[in-house]
Write a protein that binds this ligand. Sequence first.
Ligand code: UD1
Length: 417
Amino acid sequence: MDKFIIEPNRNLSGDIHVSGAKNAILPAMAACLLAPGKSILHNVPDLIDLKTMAHLLRVIGARIEYENGIMSIDSKDVCYPEAPYELVSKMRASIYVLGPLLARLGKARVSFPGGCAIGTRPVDLHLKAMEALGAKINIDHGYINAQTEGLTGADIHFEKSSVGATINALMAAVLAHGTTNLYNAAMEPEVDSTIDILNKMGAKISGKSTTTLCIKGVDDLFPVQMDMIPDRIEAGTFLIAAALSTQPVRVCNCTADHLTALLDKLRESGCELEIESNKIRLYPAKRIKTTNILTLPYPGFPTDLQAQFTVLMSLADGISYVEDTIFPDRFMHVAELNRLQADITMQRNIACIKGVKKLNGAEVMATDLRASAALVLAGMVAEGSTTVSRIYHIDRGYDKIEQKLNSIGAKIRREKG
Ligand code: UD1
């Protein structure tokens, strides 16, 4: 298993470039199942999770090619409606094929996603939405079996805001007979991006960027070409790296409007920001001020940046609190950060962070995608050498993160193992 050996350098400077958004590309790939023929996605990074989704779509019968950030997906011969355990257990977002397979083939058999390092993650809202649209669902031997004679539009009220369930419901409803209304739908940019690709394919979805979406079912969808949006979580991770630096850094190819909650918190912590079209230049604070974080559905502070922001606060001037309301158990990074001599205590889903003067390098272990990014950021500022093992987690969602960070002055070496 590969590991990162990180030597400290707080003098980062220059430009760093953000890739396409993994969490927008995954549903876009699944959406291609709905439009028989060859769709082409641009701005697609080389990520393990996207390879896993490509593998899954191939199992289902799609043909996929990928070169230089361009992915083509030919879904003409889709015929095998199954997402097997070995792929779903690698990546929960495999559940995104459920809605498209039901809509296109009238049946789907998807392995039930198991536990995950950031806590229990049920899929009940996905299943309720499919049932509301007329699917019959039963669970046997660890598989979700879904079947329908034809989906029919329905009113669906989500009890909780869920990115995944909103997207799955959208992808099922676009080919249903009649009109579907989704209430308390998620508003994340990745949901908007899915609406954009589906509408480009010929779907009729209105209400984008609100919590109420209306989908008028159509008979057919057609293949498209689409540019994928920049990854707001990768951009946010780089901005936090910049905030830990002593020199200004410019994060390029990002959408500031998707990062408002983070930018507000960076300003509160003393950073100055200059925003110009799709670039953000960050001037770090002389002394990092404390600020509290509460993760919430978009446009609130993203849970996917909670671990990275905790690193910033661990070097702030005083005490701060970070509360995760989306995934209350998502604090595996805390024990690892304390190995680097951060001073963080947990009370339920709230981390109490006492700022320390410095972190000290040590061996730590990545536990999930965003926690790994946090450990890399911590290693970049900790005194002495830090080794982050199990970095396959980071390769799931960050394209060549060490090369990108090294291009602005970080000292990260990948050791193959
Ligand atoms: C997506 C993102 C993930 C991000 C999360 C929250 C992808 C591939 N992943 O995950 O990186 O951290 O949004 O922004 O895009 N819930 C239920 N029942 C369900 C579904 C969800 O109770 O059927 C709960 C979850 O446990 C969680 C909350 O709803 O507490 C929000 O989860 P959701 O938005 O669905 O997250 P994902 O789509 O899985």
